[in-house]
Design a protein around this ligand. Sequence first.
Ligand SMILES: CC(C)(COP(=O)(O)OP(=O)(O)OC[C@H]1O[C@@H](n2cnc3c(N)ncnc32)[C@H](O)[C@@H]1OP(=O)(O)O)[C@@H](O)C(=O)NCCC(=O)NCCS
Length: 235
Amino acid sequence: MPSTFPETVLRTDSLVLRSFSRADVEDTQRAASDELTQTWLPLPHPYTLDDATAWCSRTAHALRESGDCIHFALADPATDRLLGTIGLRRTSWRARTTEVGYWVAPWARGRGVAAEAARVVGRWALCTQGFERVELRAATGNIASRRSAERAGFQEEGVLRNAGVTHGGRVDLVVFSLTPADLTPAHRLSPGHASRRRDSRLAGVEAGGSAGREVESARCGDGPGRAAGRGTGGR
Ligand SMILES: CC(C)(COP(=O)(O)OP(=O)(O)OC[C@H]1O[C@@H](n2cnc3c(N)ncnc32)[C@H](O)[C@@H]1OP(=O)(O)O)[C@@H](O)C(=O)NCCC(=O)NCCS
């Protein structure tokens, strides 16, 4: 079993999920400085152009190589402009568990980008990367994030008291998860039969680049904080 996420591009009609590049620096700085983003995520404050440059050109890539994370830039398919980010982190390759986190840029909010991205990444983690549980935690007061998790098909499990940290203080976190059992039976394949079949749970997700090969080899057993510095991930 691999212990790092492969560099991957995923596509839907409305989103491209790709790695960060230097072209994303200014939009990352603007989005990570946004008031709502800063309300719910413990990002550096102020979030500077140097922070964004480090994230886009080094940190996001180094985190993938470390095995703990993958951080996708969410881009507009027509213009490639940055719309947000979604990442997997706190990954246990032994337990096959990982956790999704995201933000959407102010100019892209209000059209379900986070739910769409979480739906795609959750299924990619379960179907293609062999994970058994994808977790998502949102502050109890973060209604847009909770709603996005539900829309993406995650199941609410309960509340972790005093578990989150924001600039405003500690918060309770609602825990959601997506497991293979949440995906429809029609799409389940036994692990032994999955290796050469296209994963129908990724229907509507057309993978590009290396991801094309990954989708072909999908296993279907029934998935920017400050990381080592200043970045854009977090909760
Ligand atoms: C959470 C976030 C990513 C959602 O962005 P988005 O994909 O554009 O979400 P939308 O604006 O389309 O809203 C999603 C849902 O929440 C609802 N919603 C949004 N803001 C709301 C509010 N203030 N009160 C109640 N409902 C709200 C929408 O009506 C929509 O509901 P629907 O699916 O029933 O139509 C975005 O608000 C954000 O970046 N927030 C700051 C960072 C953050 O909180 N990250 C998540 C940490 S867990």
